[in-house]
Design a binder for this molecule. Structure first.
Ligand code: FAD
Ligand code: UDP
Length: 372
């Protein structure tokens, strides 16, 4: 493709959804990714032992948006799956989010739902306003549960104390007075039945889309200078870090295959808030429902250096992002969309929704002279 209408940088959800929408609107699209595969961080593949794994950590699809669910359903069938997580606290494995079972098992009690609520009312430390993640946790469960389940995990995951992170981080985890032990409460919770990569392949299978992997934006910037740009990589890198680097948190993934063990742990993920250098271990067979004599697991070790995986939500980072965003707004013919480009701690479904909105806008604001 010599001169596509659009050059899209990044073949994750943001770039791929935009590519599909623009292609269906009659535009030609060159979609590139510097990695050697599509799917972004949601990429999955069969490991050398025949088990479908997520190289960039566990991805579980969940949403309350019927629109997003129906959109992705065009490219995949689904396997019903509700994720469950246990946290290792002392010698016990306890449900997280904290629920009635967690409190009863931890403290050797047998409280009813109403009694759990009364207990939490007694131990919580009301905070107003709620600004930080520490405020969120202390306000809902008080200091003991905070120290046992949140403070250590957060320090490991972010390299920061709960009090240094915006409220939205810990607010992702609810507190329950019932026995609901699902990690997510959303109305749609599924896994793509043939995996994420297969879903992306179908999404990108369109005559107007050309995909080029192992290709960095810098390599083709000049070649496609005439195309409109959709950029889904880190926004600070686009502007050559002119205001300094935006902090992103990275991870090292330590994958392991256990050939003679059919099951490693009782649920998809076990969190380690207080022990070890890793935050959690995920066993993929729980997520995919695969049958296999062995099993494959991944440990996540948070680190500062490496591929950017998480924007770090705190006021000073938000302020720096705003400076880059102001630069972005001055660019013509460039759209910034996605978790790295918008510096937002977005889940997959939120990225799909954001990308659909961005593509809609691009399609509606046809450049002058476009007769289509
Ligand atoms: P990405 O998937 O990061 O895609 C951006 C792409 O741009 C990358 O492939 C990158 O290689 C490419 N790129 C960047 N710069 C360049 C360049 N200069 N040239 C060429 N290509 C470039 N969400 C959920 O809903 N459920 C989960 O269970 C879940 N678990 C997660 C677990 C982990 C460990 C992580 C890190 C994230 C998780 N997420 C989960 C979030 C999910 O991964 C993101 O919401 C989603 O993948 C973001 O899509 P994106 O397209 O914005 O970014
Ligand atoms: N968290 C925690 N203990 C847990 C689980 C989560 O302290 O057992 C906090 C921690 O700060 C974490 C945040 O809640 O980064 C969000 O957790 P989530 O599981 O949503 O993180 P992700 O899957 O995005 O890494």
């Amino acid at each position: 493709m010599s001169s596509p209408d659009y050059l899209i940088v990044g073949a994750g959800y943001a770039g791929s959804v935009c590519a599909r929408e623009l292609a269906e609107a009659g535009k030609t699209v060159m979609l590139i990714d510097r990695r050697d595969h599509i799917g972004g961080n949601a990429y999955d593949k069969v490991d050398e032992h025949g088990i479908l794994i997520h190289p960039y950590g566990p991805h579980i699809f969940h949403t309350n948006s019927k629109r997003v669910f129906e959109y992705l359903s065009r490219f995949t069938n689904w396997r019903f799956y509700e994720h469950r997580v246990l946290a290792q606290v002392g010698a016990q494995l306890l449900p997280i989010p904290i629920n009635r079972t967690t409190i009863n098992k931890l403290y050797g009690l047998s409280l009813s739902g109403a009694e759990v609520q009364a207990y939490l009312d007694q131990v919580r430390q009301p905070r107003d306003p709620i600004k930080t993640s520490e405020d969120v946790v202390l306000n809902s469960v008080g200091p003991d549960l905070c120290d046992k389940f949140f403070r250590g995990y957060t320090k490991k995951q972010w390299g920061l104390d709960l009090s240094e992170l915006s409220a939205g981080v810990a607010a992702r985890i609810p507190t329950r007075d019932n026995d609901d032990d699902r990690y997510f409460g959303d109305s749609f919770q599924f896994m793509p039945d043939q995996g994420y990569t297969r879903m992306f392949e179908r999404m990108l299978n369109h005559p107007n889309i050309t995909v080029r992997v192992s290709c960095d934006y810098k390599q083709v910037r000049e070649q496609f200078a005439g195309a409109q740009l959709v950029y889904t990589g880190p926004i600070d890198a686009y502007f050559d870090h002119c205001y300094g680097p935006l902090p992103y948190r990275s991870l090292r993934f330590d994958h392991e295959h256990l050939p003679t063990q059919a099951q490693f742990q009782p649920v998809g993920t076990v969190n380690y808030p207080n022990d070890h250098d890793y935050t959690r271990i995920t066993e993929f067979k729980h997520l995919t429902g695969e049958q296999h004599a062995g099993t494959s697991i991944v440990r996540e070790y948070p680190q500062a250096e490496g591929d950017p995986y998480y924007p770090i939500p705190r006021p000073e980072n938000e302020a720096l992002f705003k400076r880059y965003e102001a630069l972005a707004e001055q660019q013509s013919g460039v759209t910034f969309v996605g978790r790295l480009a918008q510096y937002r701690y977005y889940n997959m479904d939120q990225i799909v929704a954001t990308a659909l909105a961005a593509a809609e806008k691009l399609i509606a604001n046809r450049p002058a002279g476009d007769a289509a």
